[in-house]
Design a protein around this ligand. Sequence first.
Ligand code: ASP
Length: 340
Amino acid sequence: MDKKALKPLFDYAGGYNGHESVTVNRHLKVENGLAGQDILSVAQFDRPMLAYVFERAREMREMVGRVGGTDLLTGRVLACLFYEPSTRTSASFIAAMERLGGGVIPITQGVQFSSVSKGETLPDTVRTLEQYSDVIVLRHPEIGSAQVAADYASVPVINAGDGPGEHPTQALLDLFTIQEELGQIEGLKIAMVGDLRYGRTVHSLTKLLLQYDVSLRFVSPEILRLPLTIMNEVIDAGVNARETHDVADVIENADVLYVTRVQKERFSDLAQYEEVKDHYEITPEIMARAKQKMVVMHPLPRVGEIHYAVDSDPRAAYFRQVRNGMYIRMALLAAVLGKA
Ligand code: ASP
């Protein structure tokens, strides 16, 4: 099957026949450009495409709130192939597929129990899974692995994190959360805090934000600064950006404080990890200096970067962010499978 030739199952007709319908915004200018496509990088998403995905995510939220689920993807199967640990990404893709009426092959906890442990290669594994499924979600420790899988698979491949490379669906849900929490993206001051070197969610979100008129602040220990390649993209885009080691430099002006975990699994020298692992902790005392209207976000899991006492602060958006992940992934699965 030629991925690029995959056509929508049903015509674009403002919902679909005879079932609990997802209200379709007929005024959206962008048709579904994702049908049959892989989702490998945020570079695929321009502003009209983002507006399309966000509008569909809102429809999904409305539908879930009203009836819980639908049968939009009945008869379709998602293969979830995770070579690295995951809670939110795997669970939200599974929940998304099930709420849309589809089925799931979950290879998320036990790649060690699959033939991967017998030495099967990624190309062979995806060429096997595509025999059973219509879309593959892949998380893998190596940069570029999603591209390799996409080169071999005839069904769409969605990158759920390729090592320290990208995590495009997380960046979409992060951007969506900013939009929904603050009502805008343009003009915001966004501070990324923590492991900017290995944090793939930071890499993807930063690239997406370059499409907007925002100010970026990068807060990290010296050894965890944003990779030069991405910093060069930031500079080329002409976005107002600064680096610092200190949260105190950004807390008073930030509209978004995007906090991240130090990615222990990416360090070859664990002594180096020990040196930086407790560098930041967002506490109620720090939050007392922040604006009244702002949000604290985190892709999770957190391992000490945000004190639990911050959770009851209405500005703590990280669990609302988690829920948005399901709506965004519902929108993406529907779009990729041609249900525009
Ligand atoms: N869950 C995110 C990821 O998979 C963030 C993290 O693991 O720290 O990249």
